[in-house]
Design a protein. Structure first.
Length: 389
C-alpha cells in the first residue's frame, strides 16, 4: 500500500473519450439546458432502467426535495428521521414546515414505523422517511399509517438508486421519491437528482415548479424555482447508465469482501443486508460496539493515521444542529437509538475502483487495531440497550 489517501468514496467516471461525442453534439447544437434533447432522452431511458412510471430530472436532490414538498403543498408538521444527511430536514425548513423527529429502527437505522403514530398531531401532513444507506424502509407499514391518518409520503431515496424489493423498484412507494446523482453516490452525473412520480399530472406540476413555474412562454402557474438539469449532466447520465451494472457488481464484491474480512472481530458489527430484492451497496457502515477495544472516534483516528478516510455518516444527528436542537422532538430522550447509532457508526470506503490491496489494507488496519489495543476504552452501551432505555 502506498501513501495515497483512501477516501470513503471516489466517483465512477466512464472513459473520457466516450463522453467527447456527447460534448461535441452539445457544442454543435448550442442547446445547453431547459429541457434539451439529452434531458428528454435521459428522462425516458432512466425511467425505463429504474422501472418507474415517470422521472423529473433536477440539478441536485436538495432542490428536488424542496420542490417535492411544494408539489404536494405540504404544510404544518412532517415526521422525519434525525439520522440522515442534513438536506433531508433542511428541505422542510425551506418550505416553512416543522420537522418532527422520530427515532430509527436499530437494525436498519431507518425511521421506526412503530414510533410514528405517537408523533402524529392535527398539524401533521406528511412523512419524510429516508432509505438510509440504500436499505429499504418498511414501506408497507409506513403506507398503512399514512392511509389511516391521510398523510402524504415522500421518500428521500438519495441513497437508493437501483434498489428493488419484491415488488420491483423501491422508488415506486409513497407519493414521490427523490434521488441524488451527486459525485459521492452510487450513480453520478457530477451533480444531479430526480423526483420519481406516479402519473403525468404530477410530473407536469413538478416540471413547471422546477422551471420557475412557467407553464408556457407567458404563463406562470406557481412560485417555481430553477431546478433544471443541464444537457451536460443529462448526457453524462446517459453514458453512466451503460456502466451501472459494472458499478453495482464491483460494489457487491467489495461488500462481500468486507463482511468476510471483518467477521469475527469482537465489537465490529456490519449492518445486515436487505432481506429481499436488490441492494446497491451504496455504503459500508459498521457499528463499533463495546467489545471493540477502542471507541468509534478513536478507531476513526487510527484509520486516518493509516490514510484511510472513513466517514461518520450520520454524526452529528440532524437534530443536534442549531436550527433543530430546540425542537421538542430533537431531545435526546426522544431518539435514543439514533443517538446510539450516531455515536458508533463508521462508513468504510466503498467504490468500484477500490482495489483488493486497498481493501485488504483497510481490513488489516481494523484487525491490527483490535489486536494491538488491550486496554478497553470507555464506550457507550450497545444499541439494544439504548432501545430499551
Ligand atoms: N438526502 C440524503 C439522505 C443525502 O445523503 C443527500 C446527500 C441529500 C439528500 C442531498 O443530495 P444532493 O443535494 O447532494 O444531491 C456528501 C455529499 O456532498 C452529499 O451529496 C451526500 N448526501 C452526503 C452523504 O455526502 P460530504 O460533505 O460528506 O462530501 P465530501 O465532499 O466530504 O465528499 C466525501 C468524499 O468523497 C471526499 O472525502 C472525497 C470523495 N469525493 C467527493 C467529491 C465531492 C470525490 O472523490 N470526488 C468528489 O467530487 O457530503
Amino acid at each position: 500500500m502506498g501513501s495515497d489517501k483512501i477516501f470513503v468514496t471516489r466517483p465512477f467516471l466512464p472513459p473520457l473519450e466516450e463522453f467527447l461525442p456527447y460534448l461535441e453534439r452539445i457544442w454543435q447544437s448550442g442547446r445547453l439546458t431547459n429541457g434539451g434533447p439529452y434531458h428528454k432522452e435521459f428522462e425516458t431511458t432512466l425511467a425505463e432502467y429504474l422501472g418507474v412510471p415517470h422521472v423529473c430530472l433536477f440539478t441536485n436532490a436538495t432542490i428536488a426535495l424542496v420542490t417535492a414538498l411544494q408539489a404536494l403543498r405540504i404544510t404544518g408538521e412532517v415526521i422525519t428521521t434525525p439520522y440522515s444527511f442534513v438536506a433531508t430536514a433542511h428541505s422542510l425548513l425551506w418550505n416553512g414546515v416543522k420537522p418532527v423527529f422520530v427515532d430509527v429502527d436499530p437494525c436498519t437505522l431507518n425511521l421506526d414505523p412503530g414510533k410514528i403514530e405517537a408523533a402524529i398531531t392535527p398539524q401533521t401532513t406528511a412523512i419524510l422517511p429516508v432509505h438510509c444507506y440504500g436499505h429499504p424502509c418498511n414501506v408497507e407499514r409506513i403506507q398503512r399509517i399514512a392511509d389511516v391518518y391521510n398523510l402524504r409520503v415522500i421518500y428521500d431515496a438519495a441513497h437508493a438508486f437501483g434498489v428493488t424489493d419484491r415488488d420491483g423498484s423501491i422508488l415506486k412507494h409513497g407519493d414521490l421519491s427523490i434521488l441524488s446523482f451527486h459525485a459521492t453516490k452510487v450513480y453520478n452525473t457530477f451533480e444531479g437528482g430526480a423526483i420519481v412520480c406516479p402519473d403525468r399530472k404530477s410530473k407536469e406540476r413538478i416540471d413547471f415548479l422546477k422551471n420557475f413555474g412557467f407553464a408556457d412562454e407567458t404563463t406562470v402557474v406557481a412560485t417555481g424555482i430553477n431546478g433544471k438539469m443541464s444537457e451536460f449532466n443529462a448526457a453524462l447520465g446517459l453514458l453512466q447508465l451503460k456502466y451501472i451494472e459494472h458499478v453495482l457488481a464491483r460494489r457487491r464484491h467489495i461488500d462481500a469482501a468486507y463482511r468476510k474480512g471483518l467477521s469475527g472481530i469482537a465489537g465490529i458489527e456490519c449492518l445486515p443486508r436487505q432481506s429481499e430484492g436488490r441492494s446497491n451497496f451504496a455504503y459500508f457502515p459498521i457499528l463499533v460496539n463495546k467489545e471493540f477495544p477502542l471507541d468509534r472516534d478513536a478507531l476513526y483516528q487510527c484509520l486516518l493515521e493509516r490514510n484511510i478516510h472513513a466517514r461518520r455518516y450520520f454524526y452529528p444527528l440532524i437534530s443536534e444542529f442549531p436550527m433543530y436542537r430546540g425542537l421538542p422532538s430533537a431531545q435526546r430522550e426522544n431518539i435514543p437509538v439514533a443517538h446510539a447509532a450516531a455515536d458508533r457508526i463508521l462508513c468504510l470506503p466503498i467504490y468500484p475502483d477500490l482495489d483488493s490491496a486497498c481493501l485488504q489494507h483497510i481490513i488489516d488496519a481494523i484487525r491490527s487495531v483490535a489486536a494491538q489495543t488491550s486496554a478497553p476504552a470507555p464506550v457507550p452501551a450497545p444499541l439494544s440497550t439504548a432501545v430499551s432505555a
